[in-house]
Ligand binder design. Structure first.
Ligand code: ADP
Length: 473
């Protein structure tokens, strides 16, 4: 067995003299057995390891108890041709027939070394900082990026506890965390943790994201930590948060302004209208036809202004008191059509309504949305036409697309965006009555549902208003 073993086995005495070699020694070192027997084993080791071997043998002679059962004494061996190669040399003392001998085992680890070198190259060329930590929490390997990130030279880190890179305030707690990770070691992806910080050599902290991967090697668990500096990302996240907050504040301010302005404007407008009515009643007979006509203009203007102000107030109020709950869109459409009973009757509008879904939404707002779209479909119609209105819904990725289509006058291609802007109209009031706020209500309602609204239309050939409502807001 010893002869055919693929491991070089050499027996030496306490002086280091070779007393036995197996066949594999010949293969590994290119010596004949005869050339080695009686020689000192130092022949097979590079000079830098000689003192370590001598120390071992001395301890073996003088104080056997002090010897560890097995000792690793060299990392390289040398062949007859003077070539060094990586080995693991293990010395085991053995006492046989009162003779103290040592068994030296040479395991060729050239292949292992190659694999290690390849691993080192991969780690070195990784785009982010990488640190390899052994089961005791000591740093075994780091790459260039880790040196840059933490401001240390690798010589200063290798062999150190990894807590050297952990901020002081969590240093005491960290070994516990580390041990618990090792007891149940499984990969932890980047970003799957809290906000983490690393401690740099200069004492500054750096926000980082860490991914951890356990590695089994020779029965020992190592952890490969992959680290990225997220300073820049944090900065932009903070900036975005700040801008969002400012935007939210400004929006609130604006909404409040719209609400207060439109609310407070209603009172004086009501007074103007009532005063004019009173004035006509009491003083009307003193005015000529021209005077009465002018008063009529004033009344019309202030009534229109009241409508505008009401539209604005309604706009500001949209979504304020509503909450999301499952609503049956079939029922809501029916209610919206009922609300428009008179104009539906007068216009002789015909409806075809497909089956609509039940979705989480704001009931009153959705009802208003359909009211606006249907009343427009009835209103923007050529005089000799009866409106034909189709309402349908289609399941799409992430939600539902609703469609309200008509056979009306259509919308010019270059006006399709403009009509959703508040108070924007494409016609004079003499042609079609209205104040130009219905579609901005629609847009706000759809946006309250995190959806969007758009129109598809051809002039003189009808329009289809689409809106998308997501299922998971
Ligand atoms: P209003 O109807 O009070 O004018 P809207 O905001 O509802 O206000 O509509 C804005 C404009 O969009 C309308 O003035 C009209 O020109 C156009 N529009 C809206 N719906 C339709 C439609 N179904 N067909 C043609 N044009 C439409």
């Amino acid at each position: 067995m010893v002869e055919s073993s693929p491991i070089a086995l050499i027996q030496i005495d306490v002086q280091g003299k070779v007393v036995f070699v197996n066949s594999y020694v010949e293969t590994l070192f290119c010596y004949n057995k005869g050339e080695l027997l009686g020689q000192n084993i130092l022949l097979l080791l590079p000079e830098r390891f000689h003192s370590k071997l001598s120390l071992f043998l001395q301890t073996f002679q003088n104080n056997v108890e002090k010897l560890e059962e097995k000792s690793k004494i060299a990392l390289f061996a040398v062949t007859k041709n003077g070539e060094e190669f990586p080995v693991e040399v293990i010395l085991s003392p053995l006492v046989y027939n009162n003779n103290s001998l040592v068994l030296a085992t040479f395991i060729n680890i050239t292949e292992r070394g190659k694999a290690n070198e390849q691993f080192r190259l991969v780690v070195e060329s990784a785009p982010n900082a990488i640190i390899l930590v052994d089961s005791l929490g000591e740093i075994v390997m780091i790459n260039k990026q880790a040196e840059t990130l933490f401001g240390y030279h690798r010589k200063e880190l290798i062999g150190q506890k990894m807590e050297i890179l952990v901020p002081t305030r969590i240093k005491d707690h960290h070994p516990k965390l580390r041990r618990s990770f090792y007891t149940n070691a499984k990969a932890r992806p980047m970003g799957a943790g809290r906000d983490l910080f690393g401690l740099k050599k200069d004492g500054n902290e750096v926000p980082i994201e860490i991914g951890l991967n356990p590695l089994e090697k020779d029965g020992e668990t190592f952890v490969l930590a992959s680290i990225i500096d997220i300073t820049e990302r944090k900065k932009s996240e903070d900036a975005i948060r700040l801008y969002n907050k400012r935007l939210e504040d400004k929006n609130k301010e604006l909404e409040q302004f719209t609400y207060i302005a439109s609310h407070d404007l209603r009172e004086p407008l009501n007074s103007i209208n009532s005063l004019i009515e009173l004035f006509i009643e009491n003083e009307g007979h003193k005015l000529g036809a021209e005077g009465l006509k002018q008063l009529e203009f004033i009344t019309k203007s202030s009534t229109r202004m009241k409508e505008l102000v009401k539209g604005l107030l309604d706009y500001a109020r949209l979504g304020k008191k509503s909450e999301f709950k499952p609503i049956d869109f079939n029922e809501v459409v029916e209610l919206a059509i009922n609300d428009l009973e008179i104009s539906v009757k007068d216009s002789e509008a015909r409806f075809s309504i497909e089956k609509l879904p039940v979705l989480e939404a704001m009931e009153m707002e959705i009802r208003l949305l359909f009211q606006n779209l249907i009343s427009n479909a009835i209103k923007y119609q050529a005089a000799d036409h009866a409106p034909e209105i189709n309402i349908s819904a289609k399941k799409v990725k992430g939600g539902w697309n609703f469609a309200v289509s008509d056979n009306g006058i259509g919308i010019p291609a270059d006006q399709k965006e403009k009509i959703f802007i508040i108070f924007q109209r494409l016609h004079g009031r003499n042609e079609y009555d209205g104040i130009g706020i219905g579609l901005s209500h629609c847009r706000k309602i759809v946006e309250l549902h995190d959806g969007k609204i758009w129109v598809d239309s051809e002039l003189n050939n009808g329009s289809t208003f689409y809106f998308f409502i997501p299922v998971n807001r």
